[in-house]
Design a protein around this ligand. Structure first.
Ligand SMILES: Nc1nc2c(c(=O)[nH]1)N[C@H]1C(S)=C(S)[C@@H](COP(=O)(O)O)O[C@H]1N2
Ligand SMILES: [Mo]
Length: 404
């Protein structure tokens, strides 16, 4: 393999040697190509769309890939590094025969071609997607679900048509309350590594309340980072729901169904739902908005940090319908905190890169922690709230390193 370059938006690039060095140092990381080679029965040449040095393999079938967060070096995540979360095999779709159906409580049901959608007025915006299960590997005892470390999160530029424009074209009837987005992918969910089995084969589907569905930032996207969507990211058309966890951004769109009653599908009850206590009674509630969070890219877990030399601690922070206003870093396990520098500008629904200069690290084991706050005053919980089940993980994460 050649010295593959991965240009970032800021013009920097990472060579393969750097990637190998970094991946080798990160204990829980599994290199995708190594894991695939070790996989018995994998047909020769069967690799995910982008193998190492692109991503970390978290599941072979369906293919689930993590962005190697310690390599974070650009505001926009290149498409071949962007994490992939798919519950079923990637459907093979031909843009010439693909159709989007709009039905349910509408005046005019629609059957749209990709060309129909591409002819509508488009909008481009930057938005982060984070899987609600990101950082699950830190939860003790180990919960159900894929064990993501830091990188089930990425930031990209999306181009498409506002969902609102398609809804207007169909005409939403009075009494409608939700919009269900359904993908072309289908399968049976097994009880491992998922928490619950599905009632036979199901498709991936999620609903949005009508108000969010009509929000101008919610897109039916056909382009990602300036190119057509790749198969694993939803070709030919996907939803992008900025400000919400990734499960709302349904890929490989098949149907948009306007309903006059709430939807209780698998992926918003048995999965991607948390307990909200109403009247003291835990009530399963679909996961929606992103929680405020800061993550450290470097140093990475168990990294060896050179003693008595300034070290650039850096990472990214984000929140839901607000703006990150403060990131703080502790290098002593949370006893004292220093303010980190926010880089660049605030871009709605995107992450904000940050850095902090760790002066004169003393020898020994050190625990680094980052924490963020947003304009609304939302902060990160110190402890994990079990009502969140196996998702929405934003409590403080200790990153232990060795200074020597
Ligand atoms: N059709 C379909 N859409 C889907 C999924 C899926 O399995 N099928 N996974 C969802 C989840 S849980 C996440 S986190 C995001 C991930 O998007 P990405 O694979 O482009 O990173 O897609 C969402 N959309
Ligand atoms: Mo997800």
């Amino acid at each position: 393999m050649d010295e593959t370059r991965h240009g970032g938006a800021d013009g920097r690039s990472i060579d393969r040697r750097t990637m190998l060095r970094e991946a080798a140092a990160a204990v829980p990381l599994v290199c995708a190509s190594t894991a695939l080679a070790a996989q018995e029965g994998a047909p020769a040449g069967a690799r995910p769309e982008s193998a190492f040095p692109g991503q970390i393999l978290r599941q072979q079938q369906p293919t689930n890939l993590e962005f190697p967060f310690p390599t974070l070096n650009s505001f926009i995540t290149p498409t071949d590094r962007f994490f992939v979360r798919s519950h079923f095999a990637v459907p093979t779709l031909d843009a010439r025969t693909w159709r989007l159906h709009v039905e349910g409580a509408v005046n005019q049901p629609l059957e749209l071609t990709l060309a129909d959608i591409q002819q509508m007025a488009s909008r481009t915006e930057t938005a982060l997607l984070e899987c609600a299960g990101n950082n699950r590997i830190f939860i003790v005892p180990q919960p159900a679900g894929l064990l993501w470390e830091l990188g089930a999160v990425s930031n990209a530029e999306w181009t498409g048509v506002p969902l609102a424009a398609v809804l207007d074209r169909a005409g939403v009837r009075p009494g409608a309350v939700e919009v269900i987005l359904e993908g072309y992918d289908r399968g049976e969910v097994r009880s491992f590594p998922n928490p619950y089995a599905s009632p036979g084969p199901i498709s991936f589907a999620r609903s949005l309340p009508l108000a969010k569905a009509r929000s101008p930032e919610v897109l039916l996207a056909h382009r990602m980072n300036g190119a057509a969507l790749t198969a694993s990211h939803g070709y030919p058309l996907r939803a992008v729901v900025p400000g919400w966890y990734g499960m709302a951004s349904v890929k490989w769109l098949r149907r948009i169904i306007v309903t006059d009653r709430p939807f209780f599908g698998y992926f918003q009850t048995l999965e991607y739902a948390y307990y909200e206590r109403r009247h003291g009674l835990p009530s399963l509630t679909p996961t929606t908005e992103l929680q405020v969070k800061a993550l450290i890219a470097r140093p990475m877990l168990h990294e060896v940090v050179p003693v008595h030399r300034p070290y650039r601690v850096h990472g990214a922070a984000w929140t839901g319908e607000s703006e990150v206003t403060r990131v703080e870093v502790s290098t002593d396990g949370g006893q004292s905190w220093s303010v980190a520098r926010l880089l660049g500008q605030h871009v709605p629904h995107s992450w904000r890169l940050w850095e902090f200069s760790w002066q004169n690290p003393a020898a020994g084991r050190r625990v680094l922690i980052a924490r963020a706050a947003d304009r609304r005053g939302h902060t990160q919980p110190v402890q994990r709230d079990p009502d969140r089940r196996n998702g929405m993980i934003n409590h403080l994460l200790p990153i232990e390193v060795e200074v020597r």
